[in-house]
Write a protein that binds this ligand. Structure first.
Ligand code: UD1
Length: 416
């Protein structure tokens, strides 16, 4: 099992280029199988979640050619075989094969997905959406069968604006008969990225990025070239690192608008930033004030940046507060952060108060989940002495080349 070893306290200088968005890529790759020709996706991040999707595509007999950051996928001869359980379980986003295989073959049989243990993570809204389109669903333990004689466009109201359900319903509806309307749809930039990809293939989707998405079914989808948007969570993670350790550190190739909620919080805490069209530079580290943060759906503060923000809050003067409203179990990183010297209290697994600022000491800690792992890595970067993080496969699932990116700007970090 790999570990990451960090000697903390080094200031970081230079440029970090942000990769393509994990949460877009993991939806775009399953979406590719809806196409009847070859499609090319550019700016795909090199992360193990993409490796797992590549394995799934191979298992479905799609042709896939991955070179550097470009992925060519030809699904013209794809077979609707059952994805092995160990592959489905490798990542949460394997659930997008439910929508895309259902959309293509009107039938899918597979195992429930895996992913981080940050909460209960039900997929009832995805399934209700498929049922509204005319599918019947049979569940047997961890195995699910979804099939429809015909998929027919329908009006679907989501109880919660779920990212996964919005995308999955789009995938299933793109070739359905007639019009589908998703109300209370999630509005994350990744949804717009997926809709744009499908539209480039010839789909007819309007309203992505708003709470009402309309999908008029089409019968065929053609090949196209598409680019993954910059990863706003990766960008935010490095921006937090820059606020703590940046000396002329630029976070480059980003869409600053996509991380406005974080930028605004960092400004409130006293972070000085130079914001360009596709970059943010932090010239110097300052003294910061405590802030209150509540996670919300986009464009609110993203739950995926809540854990990476915690090390920053340990360095703010005063009492900060984080309220997690999306996931039930998203403070798994806190016990190790306290072990390193932080003063944090958690109430009901939903609210954390962080008293700062406190010195953190390097020690052996663990990555409990993807963003929790990133949080421990940031703690290691600012701590005195050596921090060793185990279970780093969680971090590598979602951060492209993280060790090299940090080494290149002066961090003393290695994968062991
Ligand atoms: C996606 C992201 C994840 C992020 C999350 C919220 C991917 C691959 N992952 O996850 O990084 O943390 O959005 O921004 O894009 N819910 C239900 N029933 C459902 C679906 C969701 O009750 O059928 C609830 C969930 O328990 C959760 C909330 O809705 O409380 C939001 O979940 P959702 O937006 O679906 O998250 P994911 O798409 O799984």
């Amino acid at each position: 099992m790999s570990k990451i070893r960090i000697e903390g306290g080094k200031l970081l200088t230079g440029t970090i280029n942000i990769s393509g968005a994990k949460n877009s890529a993991v939806a775009l790759i399953p979406a590719a199988i809806l196409c009847d020709e070859e499609t090319t996706i550019l700016n795909v991040p090199n992360i193990s979640d993409v490796d797992s999707l590549e394995e799934i595509l191979r298992c479905l007999k799609a042709k896939i050619n991955r070179e550097s950051n470009s992925v060519k996928i030809d699904s013209s001869k794809i077979e609707n075989t059952i994805i092995p359980e160990e592959l489905s379980k490798k990542l949460r986003a394997s659930y997008y094969f439910m929508g895309s295989l259902l959309g293509k073959f009107k039938k899918v049989e597979m195992y429930f997905p895996g992913g981080c243990s940050i909460g209960e993570r039900p997929i009832d809204l995805h399934l209700k959406g498929f049922e509204k389109l005319g599918a019947t669903i049979t569940e047997e333990g961890n195995y699910i069968k979804i099939e429809a004689k015909e998929l027919i466009g329908s009006k679907i109201y989501l109880d919660i604006p779920s990212v996964g359900a919005t995308i999955n319903i789009m995938l299933a509806a793109v070739k359905a008969k007639g019009q589908t309307t998703i109300k209370n749809a999630a509005q994350e930039p990744e949804i717009v990225n997926v809709a744009t990809y499908l539209n480039s293939m010839g789909a007819n989707i309007t309203g992505a990025g708003t709470s009402i998405i309309k999908i008029k079914g089409v019968s065929t989808l053609r090949g196209c070239l598409h680019e993954v948007i910059p990863d706003r969570i990766e960008a935010g993670t490095y921006l937090i690192i820059a606020a703590l350790l940046g000396k002329n550190l630029t976070i480059n190739k980003i869409i600053p608008n996509h991380i406005e909620s974080l930028v605004s919080k960092l400004k409130e805490a006293g972070v000085n930033m130079e914001i360009g069209t596709d970059y943010i530079t932090i010239k110097n580290v300052g003294e910061y004030r405590a802030v209150k943060v509540k996670t919300l759906v986009y464009p609110g503060f993203p739950t995926d940046l809540q854990q990476p923000l915690i090390p920053f809050l340990t360095q703010c003067n005063g009492t900060s507060k984080i309220t997690e409203t999306i996931w039930e179990n998203r403070f798994l990183n806190i016990p190790d952060t306290i072990k390193m010297g932080a003063n944090i209290k958690v109430v009901d697994n939903r609210v954390a108060t962080i008293k700062g600022k406190t010195r953190l000491r390097g020690m052996e800690v663990s990555a409990t989940d993807l963003r929790g792992g990133a949080s421990m890595l940031i703690c290691g970067l600012i701590a005195e002495g050596i921090t060793t993080i185990d279970n780093v496969n969680h971090i590598l699932r979602g951060y492209d080349n993280i060790v090299e990116k940090l080494k290149n700007v002066g961090a003393n970090i290695e994968l062991i």
